[in-house]
Design a protein around this ligand. Structure first.
Ligand SMILES: [Zn+2]
Length: 101
């Protein structure tokens, strides 16, 4: 962890403590601007059970794209990990970008 990252974490923590100390003021401020009614409207119209189910299913089905491109289809097709160029030869360098495979 670098020094800059530590400073950012510390400032974020201080800001979080101030926010939690004044949570009633923040809640009144949010309610004053009508954010809670807007959020309730969005929840009632767009976040139905079907939509949440579809979003969760898509999140489960998402896989790491590097893992799929790195997999070999019966050991015949390889792809360059840098430029995703299809490699037909068994050489150790990519013909598209020249990087080592
Ligand atoms: Zn390449």
């Amino acid at each position: 962890m670098t020094l800059g990252l530590r400073k950012i974490v510390l400032l974020t923590l201080i800001g979080f403590v101030f926010l939690m100390a004044n949570i009633v003021v923040v809640a009144n401020w949010v309610s004053e601007f009508g954010v809670s009614e807007f959020a309730q409207n969005i929840k009632n119209n767009y976040l139905t059970g079907t939509a949440i189910t579809i979003i969760v299913a898509l999140l489960i089905l998402l896989v790491n794209p590097k893992r799929t491109s790195g997999s070999k289809v019966a050991g015949l097709v390889r792809r360059c990990p840098v430029c995703d160029h299809v490699l037909f030869s068994r050489g150790s360098y990519c013909s598209g970008c020249g990087s080592k495979v």
